[in-house]
Design a protein around this ligand. Structure first.
Ligand SMILES: [Zn+2]
Ligand SMILES: [Zn+2]
Length: 301
C-alpha cells in the first residue's frame, strides 16, 4: 500500500535546502525569494557544515514573512557490524533555540581542521611537482572541499587520467600525498547535536544502501544513541520508499521530516518544495511536531 502524505492543505514546507554557502547555486537571499514565490509556509536552510547561509537568509525571510528554520547537514561515518563504513549524512535542526556556543565552536574547529588538511594535501602535491592550488580546489568544493575536488583538478590539469588514477597515484589512502582526516562516527555526531540543543535526523536513508533486514536494527541502535528523526520525504525517495520510511519512523518513534535537498542549477531536476518531478509534499505538521518535541523537553527541565 502506498501511504500518501497526510497533508491536503496548502501548508507545504521544505526542510532540506542548500545555498551558495555550501554546494548550492542560489544565494541565501535568492533561496528565500524562491521559497516565497513557490508559496512555502516554512523553509529550513541546511547547508553542509555551516550556518552562514541560514544567518544571511534570516533577515530576508523576516522581511518577506517567511518562516525560516535553522538547520545544518553534517557528514559522519556509520560503521556497520561487518566493519564496512557508510557515509551517513546527519541533518540537525534548531527549530526554537539557537545552538549552544560549544556546538558552534566545534563546527568552527571542524572547518578549520578540514582546511588545514586540504592545505597540507596541496603542499604535499606541490612538493611532488604537481601544481595544484588550494584556491582551485576550494572553488569547486566550497565548504565541502575535499579529496574528490582535488581529484577533479588533477584530472582537469592532466596530472591524472581519471578519478581513480588520481586517487591511486596521488591522494588515495595508500598514495604518497595522502593526509588523514575522518568525519566523526554517526553516534558521536548525534551526541554532539543533542548536547548542542539540536534535533539529529538521518538524511536520505536510502543512500545508506542498507539491506531491509539490518536497516531497522541499525536505525534502532542510532535511536538509542540519541537519534530523534528520520528524513521520510526526499527527492531520492520514490513513493513506496516514502511509505516505508514513514512507517519505520512511526515504529521506531522517530520524528518524520522531509525536504527536497534543493541545490539549484547543479541538480536542475530537483525543485524547491516539490522535489524530483513533484514527488514530495512535506506537511507543516512535521515542523510543528519538532517544535512540540523541543518545547516539551524544555518544560521538563
Ligand atoms: Zn546529504
Ligand atoms: Zn543535502
Amino acid at each position: 500500500m502506498v501511504l500518501l502524505p497526510d497533508n491536503t492543505s496548502s501548508d507545504i514546507i521544505d526542510l532540506h535546502a542548500h545555498t551558495t554557502e555550501s554546494d548550492g547555486t542560489l544565494s541565501p537571499a535568492e533561496l528565500v525569494e524562491l521559497a516565497v514565490t513557490t508559496g512555502l509556509s516554512a523553509l529550513a536552510v541546511t547547508d553542509h557544515d555551516t550556518f552562514s547561509g541560514f544567518e544571511q537568509a534570516l533577515p530576508v525571510a523576516k522581511a518577506a514573512g517567511l518562516e525560516l528554520v535553522r538547520g545544518i547537514e553534517l557528514n559522519s561515518r556509520l560503521i556497520l557490524e561487518t566493519g564496512e563504513v557508510r557515509y551517513a549524512h546527519l541533518l540537525a535542526y534548531f527549530p526554537i533555540e539557537d545552538p549552544s556556543s560549544e556546538f558552534t565552536a566545534w563546527l568552527g574547529a571542524e572547518r578549520k581542521e578540514r582546511r588545514d588538511r586540504n592545505r597540507k594535501l596541496a603542499e604535499n602535491l606541490q612538493e611532488r611537482g604537481i601544481q595544484v592550488d588550494l584556491s582551485e580546489v576550494e572553488a569547486r568544493g566550497k565548504s565541502l572541499a575535499g579529496r574528490t575536488h582535488f581529484a577533479q583538478v588533477l584530472v582537469e590539469k592532466g596530472y591524472a587520467r581519471t578519478f581513480d588514477d588520481a586517487f591511486n597515484r596521488f591522494i588515495g589512502e595508500n598514495a604518497p600525498a595522502y593526509v588523514e582526516r575522518q568525519s566523526p562516527i554517526t553516534q558521536e555526531s548525534i551526541r554532539l547535536v543533542r548536547s548542542g540543543g539540536g534535533i539529529p535526523v538521518i538524511a536520505h536513508p536510502v543512500r545508506l544502501s542498507l539491506p531491509r533486514e539490518t536497516e531497522r536494527e541499525i536505525l534502532s541502535g542510532l535511536r538509542t544513541a540519541g537519534l530523534l528523526g528520520l528524513e521520510v520525504y526526499h527527492s531520492d525517495h520514490p513513493p513506496e520508499l516514502q511509505a516505508h520510511y514513514r512507517q519505520l519512523a512511526e515504529e521506531l518513534d522517530l520524528l518524520p521530516t522531509g525536504g527536497s535537498d534543493f541545490h539549484g542549477a547543479v541538480k536542475p531536476d530537483i525543485r524547491l518544495g516539490t522535489g524530483y518531478h513533484g514527488n514530495i509534499r512535506v506537511p507543516l505538521e512535521f515542523l510543528r511536531a519538532m517544535r512540540s518535541f523541543v518545547t516539551a523537553k524544555m518544560s521538563r527541565v
